[in-house]
Ligand binder design. Structure first.
Ligand code: ATP
Ligand code: MG
Ligand code: MG
Length: 654
């Protein structure tokens, strides 16, 4: 068969390469280390690293750390981890801040070339100069009184900025771009040659582009302590000044970024040309910027600020959040919740509260979202924790395609893709979310039959493992009904049902209930050849301490965090998201069970090996399996030794 088409050498990416078909492809992924990466960044990582790799080139991980106040150590580490988890290895890890000395020198060089000036205008004056009148209307653009300063004066002022002579806002180094150029002076005439017309049009376009209206290159910052350079600098370069220069210094050939930077491309080229790092009108020398569409996911929020509101901003009284227990969500307990809001400290402070439910849980009301890696979020740390394989994310990004258009998708589409990916890859086990004990009365006490069960019936290569079939088994509460119903094909009094991975069916004889909770606690049934096979086959778990079966687990199921399919449209400013939180977004089964084959899977994880995981980016989340008839699960980071906590990655159906 023909080798699969390289996704980095077709479509839009092919076009980008063909525009600049160099031997040494150098790219970079340039995050600002001011937050956790999200699913959109998985696209940026995949595009930059994948494109370089496909052409035998290299990709740097560059921390664009020119904004001293917002950076924290944990973000640097988390970003590095995510790149390697996705299976990529940076050629070098670089920091824009490592170039602060050179950037400063280049700024002075720009001044010497009469292409930058120190400006003392207030923000309103700057706006007005850019043509925005106080009444909101557009007026003519005008250069300010500082525009025409001499080189000597500018150098002196710039050094004064550097040396602490100005407070934040008192002085800014601005690039002398096209603010003072009057587009009407570049109107082309009928008589002009095609060449002249083209030239005039180009200048007009530049003069009309807000990105060319003498943008800031350096500013004095308020909190000037920098994570890496300490107190050396009081002035810091802007994105517009830094990015293109560092691209050039790192010898980047293809500078790939998202479409919102397209209008900034002329400014990118202008600065490099002004510093002789690029030739006018040509991409041959120096980096070439090209823009691809963003990946937007509907049904969740990706904005750092909004996630921060969820992580930090909620308290007991303002978050009707879902911690559901044994399948019941707190939504069912809203009245109690209302009580709690009226002043009771904790719900479980009432003696009845804990007892009424079947088992061992304490009710608590967590904040809306527990942390940045809460599996209901779409940050990369959260997706990883949920158990999503990195390969599934890369495949998703590439299947959506890399073009100039934004790729808009929804969380359920992503989930569907993850499901398809997992179906073909991970081993299968039996897991029971909400167990009911079934005693098979016609089997002798202590009966135990070892069954040889395949890890994947469709893939013999995965091998088999031993599962005990015993007199007592556990089935899922969902697979039992107290009353027979012609439309219900599983277990109910007088009815029989098949058992997956066991030889014969079982038939229900009777059941008993816990008088306090009214819940079914035990079923008596018969097992054997003579029982007519039911229409369905259900999963179960045998009871054999020598086989370490069952293994008790806590299973966490996740549903959309918001009731709205478009949570970005909520009134975030006024906290309007509170009432929109989905009370069923987290459902916890405290007393779930998994068969003993889980131990084997845990020891052999990741199985199969994902690229990044093969190189060591492993943690609990790489222990993944399909719970037959239930869902895909992965081990949560809170699991330790005998305490098994599982996260539902995705369900089996959409
Ligand atoms: P901020 O909003 O704080 O500026 P950001 O989302 O722009 O953060 P960066 O750290 O600046 O994040 O982004 C690093 C790279 O990831 C950039 O090249 C950016 O274009 C790209 N990127 C960010 N969001 C997306 C997205 N949704 N889809 C594709 N690429 C993205
Ligand atoms: Mg940014
Ligand atoms: Mg952003």
């Amino acid at each position: 068969p023909a080798p699969p088409e390289d996704p980095f050498r077709k479509g839009w990416l092919k076009g980008v390469y063909d525009e600049k078909p160099v031997k040494e492809v150098h790219t970079r992924f340039p995050p600002e280390p001011n937050g956790y990466l999200h699913i959109g960044h998985a696209k940026a990582i995949t595009v930059n690293f994948g494109f370089a790799k496909s052409h035998g080139g290299i990709c740097n991980l560059r921390f664009d750390d020119t904004n001293p106040s917002k950076e924290e150590e944990r973000y640097f580490t988390a970003i590095k981890d995510m790149v390697s988890w996705l299976g990529f290895e940076p050629h070098k890890i670089t920091y824009s801040s490592d170039e602060f000395d050179r950037l400063y020198e280049l700024a002075e060089k720009l001044i010497e070339r009469k292409k930058a000036y120190v400006c003392h205008c207030s923000p309103d004056e700057v706006k007005e100069g850019r043509g925005k009148l106080p009444n909101g209307e557009h007026g003519p653009r005008t250069a300010c009184q500082h525009w025409g300063r001499s080189v000597e004066e500018n150098v002196e002022e710039f050094r004064k900025m550097r040396d602490g002579g100005y407070k934040p806002g008192e002085a800014v180094l601005r690039m002398k771009q096209y603010l003072a150029t009057k587009p009407e002076e570049y109107e082309a005439d009928e008589e002009h040659s095609a060449e002249v017309k083209k030239q005039k049009e180009k200048v007009r376009a530049l003069a009309n582009n807000p990105a060319m209206w003498d943008c800031a290159a350096y500013r004095v910052t308020k909190n000037s302590h920098h994570h890496r350079t300490g107190d050396k600098w009081r002035i810091y370069p802007t994105y517009e000044f830094t990015h293109c220069i560092v691209d050039a210094l790192e010898d980047i050939s293809h500078s790939l970024c998202t479409v919102e930077f397209e209008t900034l491309r002329p400014a990118y080229n202008w600065l490099l040309e002004a510093l002789d790092m690029k030739t006018e009108g040509s991409d041959e020398k120096g980096p070439m910027q090209r823009e691809y569409g963003r990946l937007n996911v509907e049904g969740t929020i990706l904005s750092k600020r909004r996630i921060a509101m969820l992580v930090e901003g909620t308290t007991v009284s303002d978050a009707p959040t879902a911690l559901a227990v044994n399948g019941d969500t707190l939504a069912d307990d809203m009245d109690e919740l209302a009580l709690a809001e009226e002043g009771e400290e904790e719900l479980d402070s009432s003696p009845e509260a804990g007892k009424a439910a079947t088992s061992t849980y304490t009710r608590r009301i967590p904040p809306a979202v527990l942390d940045w890696d809460d599996p209901r979020l779409f940050t990369l740390v959260a997706l990883r924790r949920r158990g999503v394989p990195p390969g599934a994310l890369k495949k998703f990004v590439l299947d959506l395609g890399v073009t100039k258009a934004n790729a808009n998708t929804a969380t359920h589409t992503l989930d569907a893709n993850i499901r398809t990916y997992l179906e073909r890859t991970v081993p299968r086990l039996m897991l029971v979310l909400d167990p009911i004990k079934v005693v098979l009365t016609n089997l002798p006490d202590g009966y135990c039959e070892e069954r040889d069960v395949p890890f994947d019936p469709k893939d013999k290569e995965k091998g088999t493992h031993k599962v005990p079939f015993t007199k007592t088994i556990y089935i899922d509460r969902d697979d039992f009904r107290e009353k027979d119903d012609p439309d219900f094909f599983r277990l109910s009094p007088g009815q029989s049902v098949g058992l997956l991975n066991a030889e014969f069916p079982i038939k229900c004889l009777s059941f008993s209930k816990d008088p306090a909770s009214g819940k079914v606690i035990e079923i008596k049934a018969e097992y054997g050849q003579e029982i007519s096979a039911g229409k369905a086959r259900i999963h179960w778990i045998g009871d054999s301490p020598t086989h370490n079966s069952p293994l008790k687990v806590e299973a966490r199921l996740f549903n959309p965090l918001f009731k709205s399919a478009k949570p970005n449209e909520l009134d975030w400013k006024n906290g309007g998201y509170h009432d929109n939180l989905n009370p069923d977004s987290l459902v916890v089964y405290k007393d779930a069970m998994v068969e003993c084959g889980f131990e084997y899977i845990r020891e052999h994880a990741p199985w199969p090996k994902e690229e990044g995981e093969a190189r060591g980016a492993v943690d609990n989340s790489s222990v993944r399996f399909q719970g037959l008839r239930t869902a895909f699960f992965a081990l949560d980071k809170e699991a330790r030794g005998k305490r098994i906590v599982l996260n539902r990655i995705v369900g089996l159906k959409g």
